[in-house]
Design a protein around this ligand. Structure first.
Ligand SMILES: [Cu+2]
Length: 302
């Protein structure tokens, strides 16, 4: 019965429509939730964390204004095509099927249109990638080294630094004096940088490949052993911005958070003075990765 076919089609389409609409509804809810948790994810959040750099906001705009509308239109278009097939070309409605196998115009169209869509995506995408990877003149350079399973930060001597320290995950039992403790994200020693300054981060891996990712800063780069990768950010808001290693680097991959505290210039200068005393004994790992390599020795009791 024709009517029965429509009912079935509609009842199949409603859940599909809800599934497609839900990211939009959740994204709206997620934006509201993320407002009170800037710098880190919050339970139930959907979508990006609030960006505090131009690059992060550009990444979010690229998704919200270009990718998401394209995904939605393509999904709806495909769903309508499937709906037409189900209704008009089922066995009852169309008992004698057409023998058509080729349609030159259609075949050219379904090749050219996706290419054009990809070109429309590629142009702003490459522009954004270039802005991410072309480093402006840095005000401060720090080095982040990914290790199994924590991060180390080094502050160069010529920028009033000359020290390095390890940054390991803070466990709940040790966090009694940390009011803004967030499980799996808080660390014992945060990397501190000043607000409204170009911060270059030289990133390297000490053992395996790690990933240095801080979503609100719009930063994502691999930490590769033997290769110094550089990224940058310019945060325009003070706060603590958390990230996580994004490469499957071993059993404790999930337990090596990144915490960057962005503070005012005077607070940064004061922190530098304290940190120089606190971390004086740690020394500094050379920025070019020329640290002496220890070779395994069978006679070595370790
Ligand atoms: Cu890692």
């Amino acid at each position: 019965m024709r009517q029965y076919g429509w009912v079935r089609t509609c009842s199949a389409a409603i859940p599909a429509l809800l599934v497609m609409a839900s990211p939009m509804l959740l994204a709206m809810a997620g934006t509201a939730l993320a407002e009170d948790g800037i710098g880190h994810p919050v339970p139930g959040q959907y979508g990006f964390q609030v960006g505090v750099t131009d690059i992060a906001r550009e990444i979010h705009g690229f998704y919200d204004d270009l990718l998401f509308p394209i995904i939605t239109v393509i999904s709806l278009f495909v769903m309508v095509l499937i709906g037409i097939c189900v209704v008009r070309f089922n066995e009852k409605a169309n008992p004698v099927p057409s023998k058509t196998t080729h349609n030159a115009v259609l075949e050219v169209a379904w090749t050219i249109v996706p290419v054009l869509i990809l070109v429309v995506i590629a142009i702003p995408s490459f522009r954004l990638l270039t802005r991410q990877l072309e480093l402006p003149k840095p005000d401060i350079t720090i080095k982040a080294t990914g290790k199994q399973w924590y991060w180390s930060y080094d502050y160069p001597k010529d920028q009033d630094g000359g020290f390095g320290f390890d940054s390991t995950r803070l466990e709940e039992k040790d966090a009694k004096n940390t009011p803004d403790f967030i499980n799996l994200l808080s660390v014992d020693n945060e990397a501190v940088v000043p607000v409204n300054k170009n911060i270059q981060v030289d990133v390297i891996g000490a053992d395996v490949i790690h990933g240095f990712v801080v979503q609100s800063l719009g930063v994502r780069i691999d930490a590769v052993p033997g290769r110094l990768n550089s990224t940058w950010f310019r945060a325009d808001r003070e706060g603590i911005y958390y990230g996580q290693c994004s490469k499957l680097c071993g059993k404790d991959h999930a337990y090596m958070p990144i915490a960057i505290r962005v503070v005012s210039q005077p607070a940064y200068a004061a922190w530098l003075q304290d940190a120089k005393k606190k971390f004086a004994q740690n020394g500094l790992v050379p920025l070019d990765g020329t640290a002496p390599v220890r070779l395994a020795d069978a006679a070595d009791p370790r």
